[in-house]
Design a protein around this ligand. Structure first.
Ligand code: SF4
Length: 301
């Protein structure tokens, strides 16, 4: 990245009271620019704690919306305005209302990778880090879970509650090819295999640990292993290599989210320069969606 852009970003950050948040799947250069790098839950909590005047979010749309819900006083700008999530797009608030009609008495727990109108219909959101805890905390024995089928299936295997699972999926994780993982396992037979629960169940069966991105970091920190095969979006490899330069990491396969790659240093600079009012949450959803997200931040993980 040219020095000029780096210096301008640093200058504008100070001038505008801004912080830059980046998800662990972001390109390496964006992780280097950011003040904080983390998973959805960590970044949501940081946005709420910091109460910055301006939050530049490097990730996808639902993440910037979540930050705005928790920091309504901050201006939250998504650095790459077109970056969206295929998983969030596959279930709406109307879909959930229909499921509630079929399963009266079941509370709804929705993955935070979801649209605002879906969050507004939800008892609590969760991340992959606290999904089991949130389902356990729901005040009903039956729970409607969405939008991710793979995560829902994994949560169902960890709880006695009955889950009614929406059949959605993340195109990046769902498309992962088990032959790639098996090839890597043959290449590095002594490596620990860490797999994200959005991955297909055949991946989860091969894993030593099923973990969200924050859980992967905590696991590597305390593990004695030197080599790790990582079954999640490839941006995570850069994050792990930065944090643990004495360990080795190999991607389990081609798990690539194009939208996560949209952010560039130029777009971060443009977001800092822009005077627009950033993410706006429609008033009809704001209060209910915020309650669902606040529950998420209060429960476990
Ligand atoms: S990796 Fe999948 S779940 Fe994550 S933002 Fe991309 S499409 Fe959405």
């Amino acid at each position: 990245m040219p020095n000029r852009i780096w210096e301008e970003i640093e200058r504008l950050k100070k001038e505008r009271g801004a912080i830059i948040l980046a998800h662990s799947y972001q390109p390496g250069v964006i992780q280097d620019i950011a003040d904080f790098v983390g998973d959805s839950l960590e970044l949501s909590r940081i946005a709420a704690r910091e109460s910055a005047e301006l939050v530049i979010f490097c990730g996808v749309k639902f993440m910037a919306e979540t930050a705005k819900l928790l920091s309504p006083e901050s201006t939250v700008v998504l650095a790459a305005p077109d970056a969206d999530c295929s998983l969030a797009a596959c279930m709406s608030g109307a879909d959930l209302r229909e499921m509630k009609r079929k399963h009266p008495g079941a509370e709804a727990v929705m993955y935070v990778n979801s649209t605002i109108d879906l969050k507004a219909e939800t008892w609590a959101c969760c991340t992959s880090a606290n999904s089991v805890e949130v389902v356990e905390a729901a005040p009903s024995d039956e729970v409607i879970f969405g939008p991710d089928r793979n995560l829902g299936t994994w949560v169902a295997s960890q709880t006695d509650k009955t889950l009614h699972i929406w059949p959605g999926g993340c195109h990046a994780h769902s498309g992962a090819d088990i032959r790639d993982l098996r090839e890597k396992m043959a290449e590095w037979p002594d490596a620990e295999v860490l797999v994200h629960p959005e991955s297909p169940s055949v991946f989860l069966r091969e894993a030593d640990e099923v973990l969200g991105t924050g859980g992967m970091i905590r696991h590597v920190e305390k593990s004695r292993a030197v080599k790790f095969i990582i079954g999640t979006e490839e941006g995570m490899i850069y994050r792990l290599e930065t944090l643990f330069p004495d360990r080795q990491f190999l991607a389990a396969g081609k798990i690539i989210c194009d939208d996560m790659g949209y952010t560039t240093p130029e777009l971060v600079l443009k977001a800092l320069e822009s005077q627009d009012c950033g993410i706006q949450i429609p008033a009809e959803f704001a209060e209910r969606a915020e309650a669902a997200v606040r529950r998420m931040t209060e429960i476990g993980g």
